[in-house]
Design a protein around this ligand. Structure first.
Ligand code: ADP
Ligand code: MG
Length: 474
């Protein structure tokens, strides 16, 4: 410390943190500044120690001016901030990508290589998967980027992880495909498992169903019940798949009740809110609604770039900012797809031993990004997506029924044929059992009109469209 400043380094940081807290959102503050300390001072420079590479990158790229200004307000002689990574690992488990790629700086150029190089020993470990809890250690809170689209979910998830069974029970998280539901669910599980030594079980509702069927067939429901009822935290992913499966719903209801009444935590995800699951039993719906319901929406551009940065940092690859910005701009509404594009670029670059530049990235992704949007989606795919979503048969959808549960989905299907494929009204009419073109026109108009006020309908269409546009094998 200089003579002019009476503050020791710890106090300096404590006061600076107070300033920083005022200039960033609460969620970002907790995410990025939690395990960060100020540890050294040399003349006009200070050293900030971060727990891992992505926090370092994030602070350096996003919060440098906030940090510097906060420090300068306390001690104007500070001119530089250096960011380093703590040598003590904060994360107990270092997850590893399936096909790691390392891009290192060598003199002035970047060198791309596989992860087996001796300089990246930790990359060699295999992905940690806990069989008992069924959790994948890759999904942690640390690697979950918080943006306006998921702030509420993140806060609720953290509260639940801190005090399972006490804050929000159940916690029901919903949102479209590839938006991070599984990630946040598993992050809760991993945090609880690591910090509280409680019994955690993660299961998809499909697996729950299959196991139940097997248990019934082998007359061993006792083991099944034990597996799911004797836990402290039960996480059920994609609960929409138990729609219409009476036995599974029944079993789930009893499992839920037993856990809930015993003060155990239940966390659920779905692609839509409980209200929009048409055949969900009323008793289950009201249980779900008795807790906390929070949604994840598609992230904005800034958050998408941040997610890419975290993914790159985890793989210890450096990708130029313009490439990340390009990727983030191209894939707006599905993070899995976004990651898929990043992986594809990295894989290409590794194969051809080249650096991912913007123009190479554009070339590599061009066939993927232009095709699906331009391509006409097969009509059957739209019909199937709509009937699956609303849980009615395609025959009903295309048929004559005037029941309300069928009329609305039919209108939605007609609307999608028009909006996605630009079909003419007579063509749409013909497709739906030779109906008149005015019927098609009326249906599309009705949906357009309702979309302006009906939030649920809007949500329905977001989810259906996402399903239509999921890029397979990217
Ligand atoms: P969902 O279950 O909603 O379909 P996932 O949880 O499987 O989506 O997420 C898809 C991919 O996107 C995962 O690899 C996940 O790590 C990543 N992802 C989604 N949201 C975030 C986020 N906010 N921060 C970091 N990664 C994210
Ligand atoms: Mg999922």
């Amino acid at each position: 410390m200089t003579e002019r400043s009476p503050l020791d380094i710890a106090s300096l940081w404590r006061i600076a943190l107070g300033e920083i807290e005022l200039s960033v959102s609460k969620a970002n503050f907790t995410t990025w500044f939690k395990n960060v300390t100020l540890q050294g001072r040399h003349q006009d420079s200070v050293v900030i120690v971060t727990p891992n590479i992505f926090t370092r990158e994030w602070l350096e790229n996003k919060y440098h001016s906030v940090i510097l200004e906060a420090l300068q307000r306390i001690d104007p002689s500070i001119q530089n901030v250096r960011y380093v990574i703590s040598t003590q690992p904060i994360m107990k488990i270092q997850p590893v990508p399936h096909s790691p790629v390392v891009i290192r700086k060598h003199q002035d150029s970047l060198v791309v290589s596989g992860a087996s190089s001796p300089e990246a020993p930790e990359e060699k470990r295999s992905v940690w998967w806990d069989e008992d809890s069924n959790l994948n250690a890759r999904y942690t809170f640390e690697e979950f980027v918080v943006g306006a689209n998921n702030e509420l979910v993140y806060a609720a998830a953290q509260a639940v992880a801190r005090r399972p069974g006490e804050s929000y029970n159940p916690l029901f998280i919903y949102g479209g495909v590839g938006l991070g539901k599984t990630h946040i669910l598993q992050a809760i599980g991993n945090a609880v498992l690591a910090e509280k030594q409680l019994r955690v079980k993660y299961v998809t509702s499909e697996k729950f169903t299959t196991e139940l069927i097997t248990a019934i067939q082998t007359r061993d429901t006792h083991t099944f019940k034990k597996r799911y009822r004797l836990v402290d935290l039960l996480i059920i992913d994609d609960v929409q798949f138990i729609i219409g499966k009476e036995k599974t719903q029944d079993e789930f209801f009893h499992t839920f009740n037993e856990l809930h009444s015993g003060g155990k935590q239940v966390v659920i995800s779905s692609d839509r809110p409980p209200k929009a699951i048409p055949t969900l039993e009323e008793r289950l719906r009201s249980r779900f609604e008795g807790g906390m319901i929070a949604d994840i929406t598609p992230p904005d551009l800034e958050t998408r770039i941040a997610i890419l940065q975290v993914k790159c940092a985890r793989r210890r690859v450096r990708v130029p900012d313009d490439v990340l910005a390009y990727l983030a701009a191209q894939v707006p509404s599905n993070i899995r797809e976004l990651e898929g594009c990043l992986n594809r670029v990295l894989a290409h670059c590794e194969l051809h031993k080249e650096v991912p530049t913007l123009s190479r990235t554009q070339e590599i992704l061009q066939p993927l990004l232009t095709q699906p949007k331009r391509r006409i989606i097969h009509t059957n795919r739209i019909i199937e997506a709509v009937s699956t979503y609303y849980n009615i048969s395609t025959d009903e959808l295309l048929g004559e029924s005037r029941r309300r549960e069928v009329v609305r989905p039919r209108q939605v299907a007609m609307y999608l044929l028009r909006s996605e494929n630009q079909f003419s009204f007579p063509t749409i009419g013909k497709y739906f059992g030779g109906r008149d073109h005015t019927t098609a026109m009326h249906s599309c108009g009705k949906i357009e009109e309702n979309l302006e006020t009906d939030e649920m309908l809007r949500q329905d269409l977001v989810t259906i469209r996402q399903k239509l546009y999921v890029l397979v094998g990217v």
